[in-house]
Write a protein that binds this ligand. Structure first.
Ligand SMILES: [Zn+2]
Length: 691
């Protein structure tokens, strides 16, 4: 059963691997919704700890280190700094952004492991694991790739297939190969400690089934795991990067990253208190409030992407249940994935919008990104980010509706009311209706926020801005000023009260904008309880002119971003290209059979209905010949006329598109697939032979 009225909230956002920068998929999946929720809770006067950090162990770190020619420590230091800075710049308001390489995390993880070990929770098992004889080490799941038994993806990892999402064990892969050496791994015996999830299934089932209020995608994924039957999972690994196993004679073994990473939420809470107070004292109320009944209930909420559901809904709760003293997640509002311009976001293919680059290239547009990622959040199914949609939402929604309303209320107050909040006079029906709407919106928005429906909350926030716009359009203060200035006072008082509430209820999504509005309206320290109040702004309070909240984004800005995406992907593909291996050996006679000579292109035209072919007339010295050449995707007909070329003269004629082609023009293919003519270094005569 969900906790209905907690005393405080422990809200966590996924610990991301410190092996690369943050992209919009991470933000939409987890960090922006988490920040909205936390900002809403704080505004509602709730006690919250907002916890996150980087996961600095695990194989992805070691793989990245190898790729960049750095040590794992250098990799995590580099990316921790970058990730931390870009979250701060986007206004993600963590109370602590910690790291799993900190001593407090190593200690906490080892303590919990040792506790479970002493309670004999683990099952000790010697199994055969894949071992790379060339690299002389056991292969962690991510070091093995092979064919997925479910979808036949040839590049599935030992723990998961990224194409179909199946969770795998290395032994299930067909044709396994080591990513370290490329060789076929062998099986070798090793001892590890397993969490017996199979035996724990009834308890886990009771826990999950007690939360039928979870999002359908989350609850459904848990059910499918449970239905398949849980299997024991190793909580230690044969690897040299990570937290040493706190048991004797375990050299070369570390704690499984998915054992210790979620413990990172607990150790980050301690780290927060250490940074704040110099001691971890008081951490228990966030994780073990039951120890002291007077402390009241704590609600634990994990924000994650859908690829982490099993770890947060099954494995981590199972660990904590076995330990016995911890609260379990009350909710895990995982999002689905956000795609980008018609394709899956992919770090390896460099198909992503990177946060640190966005912040640099589109400065002061943090709220635009937060807005677009929320309006289009993959809450119930995958969604898609396009730059065109980004532009439209900015120009027609943020500029056209939200910014327009606030700007009109402020500017008209400057113009007609001396830049001070005017006094309301007698209310007409239309005024009463506007005030009734104003009073009702915050409650509706809060309900959406409480239920993790941030898209819906944002859509209600925009409805409130629309209500304000419509009110101004219907009451027309710019006309009323000529006949009835008292009426204008009433209208602008109401418009300003709506603006003030709008700033409060939109603060979780648009914190930078809300702060600007509150500066303009000279309010501070107001929070959710004040929202909807018809007298939130006192009469006579100054209303200051400000810069426009949002500005239009031009086509050129968007085109540049789209081009950049494609360029980055292409560059990435080129980097992955390798030179073709040399073909099988031939004899001189084989070569001598080829009659290669110099020719000049005299005429060229497109072949109707063919995408690739140009019809060329060439002079080969002794005669003129017609050649059909597959180069029209690379060259226009008029570009090639007059070119001297290398020509294979004695190739048997071929029929194409109903025409006969004689011989072949020789071209060089560049790394990116583009073509170049092979031309002699001096003006050799037509028919000159190539030997
Ligand atoms: Zn698969």
């Amino acid at each position: 059963m969900p906790i209905s009225n907690p005393k405080r909230y422990t809200v966590t956002a996924a610990l991301i691997y410190a092996n690369g920068p943050i992209h919009i998929g991470h933000l939409a999946g987890c960090y922006v919704p988490a920040d909205i929720y936390v900002r809403y809770l704080r505004s509602s006067g709730k006690e919250v700890a907002f916890i996150s950090g980087t996961d600095e162990h695990g194989v992805p770190i070691t793989i990245r280190a190898k790729k960049e020619g750095l040590t794992p420590q250098q990799v995590v230091d580099k990316y921790y700094e970058q990730i931390d800075a870009s979250f701060k710049a986007l206004g993600v308001s963590f109370d602590v952004y910690s790291r799993t390489s900190k001593p407090v995390h190593h200690e906490t993880s080892r303590e919990i492991f040792r506790d479970l070990y002493d309670k004999k929770v683990f099952v000790e098992e010697t199994t055969e694991q894949y071992y790379d004889e060339t690299a002389q080490q056991f292969l962690a799941d991510r070091y093995i790739v092979g064919t997925c038994p479910v979808c036949a993806n040839p590049n599935a990892y030992g723990d998961q297939c990224e194409r179909c999402g199946s969770t795998l064990s290395p032994l299930e892969l067909k044709d396994p190969r080591s990513t370290l050496s490329g060789s076929k791994p062998v099986l070798k015996a090793t001892k590890n400690w397993y969490l017996p999830l199979d035996k724990m299934q009834p308890d886990i089932e009771a826990y999950v089934n007690g939360h039928s209020e979870w999002k359908t995608n989350v609850f459904g994924q848990c059910q499918s795991w449970l239905k398949d039957g849980l299997k024991p999972r190793a909580m230690t690994r044969d690897l040299d990067w990570g937290i040493k196993v706190p048991v004797e004679d375990t050299d070369g073994k570390v704690l499984y990253v998915w054992f210790e990473a979620p413990i990172g939420y607990i150790s980050a809470t301690k780290d927060w208190l250490i940074q704040k107070n110099g001691s971890e004292e008081g951490w228990q109320k966030w994780w073990q409030p039951g120890k002291d009944a007077a402390e009241g209930e704590t609600k634990l909420v994990h924000f994650i992407g859908k690829d982490n559901i099993v770890f947060h809904c099954i494995i981590f709760p199972a660990m904590l249940m076995a330990e016995g003293n911890y609260i379990l997640a009350d909710n895990v509002p995982a999002n689905e994935f956000m795609n980008l311009e018609g394709d899956k976001i992919s770090t390896s293919r460099n198909w992503a919008v990177w946060l640190h680059e966005y912040l640099e290239e589109l400065p002061d547009k943090q709220d635009v990104l937060r807005y677009v990622l929320t309006a289009n959040a993959p809450e119930t199914k995958d969604s898609e980010f396009t730059w065109k949609d980004f532009q439209t939402r900015n120009n027609s929604e943020l500029v056209g509706i939200y910014g327009n309303f606030i700007n009109r209320a402020v500017v008209l107050t400057q113009k007609f009311c001396d830049g001070k909040v005017p006094q309301r006079g007698e209310l007409q029906e239309i005024d009463q209706a506007a005030l009734a709407d104003l009073a009702a919106f915050p409650g509706k928005i809060a309900e959406s926020m409480e239920n993790y429906r941030f898209r819906e909350a944002l859509s209600l926030i925009m409805d409130l801005a629309r209500t304000g716009n419509k009110y101004l359009a219907d009451t027309q203060p710019w006309h009323a000023i000529k006949t009835d200035p008292g009426r204008v006072n009433t209208i602008l008082n109401i418009a300003l009260q709506i603006s003030a509430t709008l700033s409060i209820v939109s603060e979780p999504v648009l914190p930078f904008t809300a702060a600007k509005i509150q500066d303009q309206l000279s309010i501070s320290g107001k929070n959710w309880q004040d929202a909807g109040d018809a007298d939130l702004l006192a009469v006579g309070q100054p209303v200051l002119e400000g810069k426009l909240l949002f500005e239009k984004i031009e086509d050129s800005v968007i085109e540049k971003q789209v081009q950049k995406l494609h360029d980055a992907k292409r560059l990435n593909e080129l980097e992955g290209k390798t030179v073709a291996p040399v073909k099988a050996e031939i004899q001189f006679d084989d070569f001598a059979k080829m009659d290669i000579r110099i020719a000049t292109i005299l005429e060229a035209e497109n072949v109707p209905k063919s995408k690739k072919l140009l019809k060329l007339l060439i002079d080969i010295g002794s005669e003129q010949r017609t050649v059909l050449s597959g180069i029209s995707e690379h060259f226009k007909a008029e570009e090639v006329i007059g070119k001297k070329v290398l020509y294979l003269a004695n190739l048997a004629p071929r029929k194409m598109m109903g025409m006969e082609s004689h011989g072949m023009i020789l071209m060089a293919e560049d790394r990116d697939g583009s073509l170049a003519f092979m031309q002699p270094g001096k003006d050799v005569w037509n028919g000159g032979t190539v030997n």
